[in-house]
Design a protein around this ligand. Sequence first.
Ligand SMILES: [Zn+2]
Length: 879
Amino acid sequence: MKDGLSAKSIYRKDYMVYPWDINQLDLYFDIGSESTIVRAEMKFHLKDEEKATQDIVLNGSDLQLVSLSLNGRVLRGDDYTIDGETLTIPGAPVKSVLKTEVKIHPASNSALEGLYLSGAFLLTQCEAQGFRKITWFPDRPDVMTTYRVTMEAARSEFPVLLSNGNEEASGDLPAGRHWVRWHDPFPKPTYLFALVAGDLALVEDHFETRSGRDVVLRIYVEVENLDRCGHAMESLINAMHWDEERFDLEYDLDIYHVVATNDFNMGAMENKSLNIFNSKYVLARPDTATDADYQGIEGVIGHEYFHNWTGNRVTCRDWFELTLKEGLTVFRDEEFSADMQSRAVKRIRVIRDLRSRQFPEDDGPMAHPIRPDHYVEINNFYTATVYQKGATIIRMYHTLLGESGFQKGMKLYFERHDGQAVTCDDFLAAMADANGVNLDRFGRWYSQSGTPQVHISDHYDAATQKYTLTLKQHTPATRDQKSKKALVIPFAVGLLTTNGEDLPLQLENETDATGGTRLLVMEEAQQEYVFINIPEAPVPSLFRDYSAPVKVFYDYSPMQLATLIAYDSDAYVRWDAAQRMAQGAILEQCQRLADGKDMRLDSSLLMAFRGILSDRLADPALLAEAMILPDEDYLAEQMEVVDVDGIHVARKFIKKGLANDLASLFAKRYTELNDGQHYQKTPGAMAHRALKNVCLSYLLDTDAGESLAVAQLESSDNMTDTLAAINGLILVDSPMAGAALSEFEIKWKEDALVMDKWFTMQAIKPGPDTVNRVKELMQHPAFSIQNPNKVRSLIGVFAMLNPTGFHAADDSGYEFHADRVIELDGLNPQIAARMASAFNRWKRYDDDRKKLMKAQLQRIAVVDGLSGDVSEIINNALR
Ligand SMILES: [Zn+2]
């Protein structure tokens, strides 16, 4: 599997049931950082009792085999075969007990899969296929068994020994050693196994479930972080309450552990009762974490907790079904955050994320449906498509069936499948059967990749007072699928008067007019809807609440957009109208620039911004979102051939123009919001900070900005305001930026998470010189290429969020990044593959850049011993 050339695709259609049941797995760990001994005893029972014998097939990787015995007989070399990651024992009897002993080496495990070392402790990461790096076992999600785990270690070095389930027994051993035994009564797949051993401190709280179970909640961290766990604990308790109230789901064990580590490939992991988290999603104090960090922690703590039902109690049959647990659980965490914070702001952030991360995936070399049909390396399919688009598909069930219909479906899903490993088809069937509806056509969303386009035209007939909307859907071919079918697309619309009031809606065949929003459900390639009794040509408010993962095309006039921005009752439509207007203005200037014409500022955009800045009624966080201009990557997606520099210059021109024309309004709003209040964690205070800092970012494009930013920095009592000020100074190239950065560095140099922000601020600075700064920063004592958070915050940010740096015309960004992909591949293939995907969109650039990027891809492709992870990404990009 390490050799890219021999890496083979695995197909969903090839699924076969594992022939054995394994009722019990006993694991024994003799823990040491340099080497750990793992003994396993598993009881096999052949499912098909008609057969007398069957081969036992196990998975393992990088294991030093010490011994192997079957039914009490030690197996010798010719009793079994090992081929790559597969061990086969031929002809085992119907009931078989297999015992294994292996040695593994946590300290030298830099891939951070299996058992590895992080600071002062050892921990595991088993999703998707890390368990095979711990011991031989059928490492697939449909083999579920109960675990009993005994750990033994030196007490001084490893005072804390944790695994899944409840602690069953513990004791002392000679020579300062001790042991602990854990038992998890719920059968689970290997990917949910976890173990933690080391010197950790803890904070503790309690939660009483609705039926009266007292659950002990513990968050384990390194001792210096004890004062940063409060928000995570509060979020956990809120999540437990919320899941009882909204989904009628209770927690099922007496203990819930969260462990925070600085060394983690992902965000967090939902191991049964022993969640392991990237410390980024646990640790927060107002002076170290931004509002976005606080919201991220709430969301991820919720997400992993919600997996206890959607993922753990009902799990996936195989990894093709990943979206079964992830799409559903992301939907649940989005709803949790929406109920805790502002629903509208949460929706807009989710939609922005989907459009800027998932849409490019559909349009790129790794395009795949939310349920892929094949893969080489499953780690490459933890994608925005499987997660974020998957969640949008779940949201469509919710839109079509309503909250009560959706909950009926969830109930039936758990009734039918608790304790099972199932498929997306089973989920769809539960939703359909519980509601007595046919969802067969809806099921196409699981197998079809690509972003559907909905093109809309309209016609108003004053004589008959009829308004006709014609919707056409079309999904462009993707790299993985040429032909596409019509999909079920829920599409909510409203119609506004020119004064911005919702008109009552009545379709041609209806007797009465109802409400201001109508959900149309498109099922065919083209459909027509005729609204009657419409007294004037209306302004269409299309696609309210963003009811499907599609692109909507309608030729809005500037007046229509202005009406929607000012008056629409739907927050998404207001925001989207402002984004459309800004996008149109920026892309127009980009074109003028290319044509050698002077750029100019659009008057309707100025008017819209004037309205937003004068609005004292709407949620300030929504106003902030409306004034954040579309980012350069999103704008790039809208162009046939990406004009990297043109987009940058045009966007800057528009921002500066708005800032200077509306300087007094920005200043007034900023002063109102900068009211000297002390930090508060409430959604209201966060909304104020959001709008204040958007105003500051515009003011920094005026003469007044620098002194305001410096003053904000000096008086700031929280990381949100601090970062906004320093980032702003850096982006406008202020001479004050250097001093602000070095003060920040001196203050936080010992703090890994805060230093990630320091790296990011510098990596994101536009322009071709930044690559040299990034190279220098790699030598900084706080940087380590072995640490995924560091790699993401410096190298990842440079390649993915700094278009004028990464795409520098002289190849310096590409060459640097390709070197890093190659370097990382030898350490951590999973992270290397993520980084390699920065080249995925190379075909969309001009010929010179295309040539340069292709050459770097080819350079990576021929590296000796390239991992399957990276070779899948690179070969797909080159194909
Ligand atoms: Zn998840």
